[in-house]
Design a protein around this ligand. Sequence first.
Ligand code: ATP
Ligand code: MG
Length: 389
Amino acid sequence: MKEVILLKNGELALKGLNRRTFEDILVRNALWRLADLGRFRFVPSQSTIMAEPLDEDIDLDEAVDRLTRVFGFAGLSRAAAVEKDMNTILSMTGDYLAKELLAARTFKVNAKRSDKKFPFDSPQICMDLGEVLLESYPHLQVDVRNPELTVTVEIRDKYAFIHGNQIKGAGGMPVSSSGKAALLISGGIDSPVAGWMMAKRGLSLIAVHFASPPYTSPKAEIKVHNLLKKVAAYSGRITLFVVPFTEIQEQIKDNCPEELFTLIMRRMMMKIAEIIALRENCGALITGECVGQVASQTMQSLAVTNAAVDLPVFRPLIGMDKEDVVLLSRKIDTFDISIQPYEDCCTIFTPKHPRTRPKLEYVVKAENMLDIDLLITEAVNGMKIMNIH
Ligand code: ATP
Ligand code: MG
């Protein structure tokens, strides 16, 4: 028996004229994600895309699992594609969905007939199939309002599809349909979540990480690598730029007032990230900042940080509670990596009494004690680049 995966488009359906373009991007992203499992053909029709395996022995469970992490699909179902013949449907459904039917206590049949030439209408399919299933699985009861299992039969142009409950998709918009942005990633809980949220809105990502060896250990860098792998399971490939930051931090420490360390460091990060972002055709920066979390994230500090760059800075966590961010980081499986103890560069030169209401002029004046252009050029020249997927 032939099996396929039926994918329901999410917000795509709203896109009107651009729908074809969005669908093309979505299919390209999905194909890329499945490439090493075998060949697939994607056939769009209305708000569903059918993914049809073209090779024998493709691991469909793995394919379904990966597709639940492709943004742009609202839901998916693994389905049997059978001949459009009532007897075939009646005889095959009970076997195909045996596991689900045995586990459920209540069910209903849902029939969709988009091929109006099919000689049985939807109510007839529901009635006949319901009867057959009740005979084979006498423990079941019909519940049309709130069934544990909905058995769906879709009569389309080429096949009849049979499937059980739909699995929830990742939602959002296909990655790269909204352009590209640069994520500033530390090793903390927040920035991977911030990147994931923006990828969900259709942005493809590059990532910038500032490392300060020997103050920070190579393990901190591996941690960032592992975090990005988890994000890339949703966003697709991420190019990571690791920027050497030790010299800049030492210079700030030696030349600037202690109360401004964090802020000036943050501004330097933004300036360098902006240079990389522009080179890589990104339209925005992304950070994991949130109002009120720490001294460098008061409204005034954020304003001073923002003023370091011209590109828009997306801060998707800005109004979220930590608790909700943690929930998301558990959902995308970054939490356990984020809480590993390796120091990141921010924790090393933390001032005892940071400024919480800095004035921009004062910060800029202090910053001008540094040879900013030279420091930035050296940092950018020394960076390492790697691809993560
Ligand atoms: P996170 O959990 O993402 O580390 P945080 O709440 O600890 O965030 P900060 O340490 O103040 O906050 O950092 C704020 C933001 O600055 C981070 O979310 C990240 O976007 C960026 N950032 C901090 N440190 C680095 C770094 N070493 N490399 C790149 N970006 C960084
Ligand atoms: Mg941090």
